[in-house]
Write a new protein. Structure first.
Length: 80
C-alpha cells in the first residue's frame, strides 16, 4: 500500500496519488481478512499470537479478530 502511494508522491502526480490510494486500499481491505483466515487455518496456535503483537499498518483497516472465519480448508479459492 505505502509503496503504491509513495511512488505517486515521488512522481508529484496528485490525481494518480488519489486513485492509487483508493484502489490499493480497497484491494487490501478485501484481501487481508481472507489471508488472515487462511493463516489461522494453517497456523492455529502461532498466527493468533502473531496477530496480538503486530498491526496492519494501512489506515482504516482493522485487525481481523482472533475468531477469523475459516476458509473451510479450501484456501485456494479467493472470496467473492
Amino acid at each position: 500500500f505505502w509503496w503504491c502511494v509513495g511512488t505517486q508522491c515521488v512522481l508529484c502526480n496528485p490525481i494518480c496519488l488519489l486513485a492509487y490510494a483508493v484502489a490499493a486500499w480497497d484491494f487490501f481491505r478485501r484481501r487481508i481478512p481472507y489471508e488472515e483466515a487462511t493463516l489461522c487455518d494453517f497456523y492455529p496456535q502461532q498466527y493468533p499470537a502473531y496477530v496480538e503483537r503486530t498491526w496492519v499498518g494501512i489506515p482504516f483497516i482493522p485487525r481481523t479478530p482472533r475468531s477469523a472465519p475459516s476458509t473451510g480448508g479450501n484456501s485456494r479459492i479467493p472470496p467473492d
